[in-house]
Design a protein around this ligand. Sequence first.
Ligand SMILES: [Zn+2]
Length: 734
Amino acid sequence: MLSAVETREPALPWRLRSDLQIQEADSSVVATWTIKDPLRLTYFYAAAEEMVFLNLLDGRTSLNGILNQLRQQFPESEFSAENLRQFLLSAVNGGLLRACVPGHSYRLNEIRKRQLSQATLRRMLSLLTHRFRGIDPTPILNVLDRTIGWIFQIRCMIAGVMFCTLAASMVVARHAQLESELPGISSLFTATNLPMLALSILFVKILHEFGHGLTCRHYGGECHELGLLVVGFMPLLYCDVSDSWLQQDRRKRMLVSAAGIGTELFLAAAFAMLWTVSRHGFLHTFFLNVMIVTSLNTVLVNGNPLLKYDGYYVVSDWLGIPNLAGESRAAAIAVFDRVVLGFSGTLLTRRSSGMHWAMATYGAASMVYRVLVMTTLLWFMYATLKAWHLESLTSVLVVSVAAGLVIAAVRGIRERTRVASSSPEQRRRAIIGLGVVGSLLLIALFVPFPYSVEAPFTLTPGVSSPIYAVEDGAIEPQVSAGKVILAGDLIAVLENAALESAVTQARGDFLVAKARAAALATQRSISSQVASALPAAEKAVLAREARLAKLLQKEQNLTVISPIGGTVFSSRNRPRPRTQLQEGLGWFGEPLNPEVRSVWITRQTLLCWVGTEKDLRAFCLLPQEDIEIINDGAAVTLTFASLPAAAVAGRVSQRKTIPETSVDRELIANRMVSVIPETNRPGETLFGVAVSLVPDSANSIPPLYSSGYAKIRCAPASLASRVWRFVCHTFTFQ
Ligand SMILES: [Zn+2]
C-alpha cells in the first residue's frame, strides 16, 4: 500500500541536518524540543509532533506517507497535508534541512533569493540598529557570582520587590514635586546635556547587561559575548545570553530574561530614594534623570512585551509559546485574511479560539506599537539634530524607514491577495474587503478636524506709547505704574548737575561775549583795530548763543512729560546685577518705582508705557510652519505660568512677517524658548504673533511681562495635510 502511494507521489527531498544540537526543553507547558544551529547560532523550538515529523524526513518518503505515520503515532492529533507543508516550508526557510536530491537546487535558489530580499528589507527596517561584537565577560561574571551570588536567594528577591514598592510609594507621595520638576527634564535633552544623558544611559545599560549575564552564569548558562548595539545614535551594550534558551528550567530561563528589567527597576528605586533625599542641584536633576530614564525604558521599551526585548521573552516563556511573535503575527494575518479578504483557509487550529483572538490582538498591537516606536525614535533624533542644525541627516533615515514600511505593507497585501485569488468569487470578496478598509483609511486620512498649536508668550502693553529718558540723569519719579494721567502730565524729573553747571557756564560765556561785542560796537569809531575785531566778537556771540540754546534744550529734556493721556504701565523689571553696584551708579528694578529714587538713568532707557488699561497683548513666538496656518482673529486660550488654573481668552490681532531677532528675557529665563547661548537671539526662526485679550475676561490678569503658553486654534486640517505640511517643512532641501 505504502509503496504504491509513493510511486505516484514525489518523495520529499529533505533531510534533517545531522549537525544540529537537539535537546528536550522544559515540558511543563507543551512538549517542546530546542534545536540549536551551531553554525548560525540560532535557536528553534519544535513541538513533539513537529520533531517526529522532522525525524521522519529521510529523502525517500512522500508527504502522504509521513502523514500516515504521524497519524499512527499521534492518533489524538489532527494533521492536514497543508499544515505539514507549511511547517516544512518554515523548516526549510529556517535552514534546519538539507536537500538530498540533486535538481532541487532551483528551489533552494528561490528560497535563498526570497530570504535575501527579506534580509534586505529587514536591514532597511533596522537601519536604526547596528550590532558590534565585543568581549567575553565570563571571568568577570565568575567573580561577580562568587561575591554577590547571594542576591538570587528568594528572601533577597522579596526584599528587592519591597524596596521597589517603598520607593514607588515615596515618589507617589511626592507627585506634586515630581510634576513641578518634570519641565526641567526637557532641558536634559539640550545639546549641552546630551553627553551627561548618554553617560547615565550607558551606566544603566552596563548594569542591565551584567544583570542578564550574572543571572545566566548563576544558573549554569554560558555567556561569551558582551557587545555594543547602536540604536539610533545611542550606543548600548548587549549581552548574548541566548545559551539560556537551552536551559531546562523554564522558571530560570524567565529569570535570565527578567534580570535586565529587575536591575533597571532596582536602579529606578534607588535613584528615586536619592532624589527624594537630595536638595536641588546638579545631582538632584541627575537622580531624577536616571529614575525617569530607567522607569520609562522599562514601561515603554525593554519591559514592554509588545517589543521583542526582555519583557517579550518573559511573557513568551511564561505562556509557554516559544515563537510568540511569529505565531501572533500569523494569527493577526489570519484574522485579516478572514475578516477583510474573506479567506478561511489559513487559520491554524492548534490553539483555542479565545487564545487565537488574544494572540491576533497582541500581534496587531505589537505591529502598530513597533511603527509608533520607530516614528518616535525618528522624531526624537530629528528634534535633537535640529538643535545642531543637522536635521537634514534624519531625512535619509526617514525616507529609508518609510520606504521599508511601505514595501513591507505592499508585499504583504500582494502576497495575501495572491493566496486569495484562487477563485473569481474569492477575488470579488477580497476586493470588496480591501475596498472597505481602504475607504475607511482614506476617511481617517482626509477628513479635516480642528486642532491647535501651542506657543510661549509674554504679556506686553498693547497699543501704548513708550516713554524714554532722553538725557542722562538721576531720576525723581513723579507718577507710579497704574496711575491714569493726562497729556502733558509730568512723569519724571531727571537731575543732572553736570548739565546744569554747563548751562550756567554757557549762559555766563554768552553774556560775557555779548557784553564784549557791545563794548566793541561802541568803541569801533575810535580805533580801526577795534573795528576789525568786531566781526570775530559777533561770531563768538552767535556761537555761544547756539551752544546755550542747545544746552537749554537738553536741560528741558530732563523733565519727562507724557505726550498722551492714559494709564502708566511699568517697563520691564531690570534684574539685579551679579556684581555689587557702585553708589549712585547703575540700578535694578523698575525705573518709576519710588524706591528707585535718585538712581542714575542713562539716555534711551524705557521709563514706562502710556496706553489704555484694557489694551494688553500677549506676544507669542511661533515657528514658520505654525504661523502659516494661523488666521487673524483666531481664538486663543492663554495660560499663565503663575496662574495655571485660570485661562484667559484672546484673539490673534497681528502676525509679523519678519522673523524676531530677540527673545524676551522672561521666556529665556523660564526656558520656554531656546536661544543661541550668551545672546537673546532665538535658536530657530521664530515669528511674532500679537494676541489681544478679550476685554470681559481681563479681570484676573497677572502683572505685565508674565509668561505662559498660548493655545491658538487653527483652521481644521486633515491628518494627511498635517503630515504633508510637516514633511514639507522638515525636508526643505535647500
Ligand atoms: Zn535586557
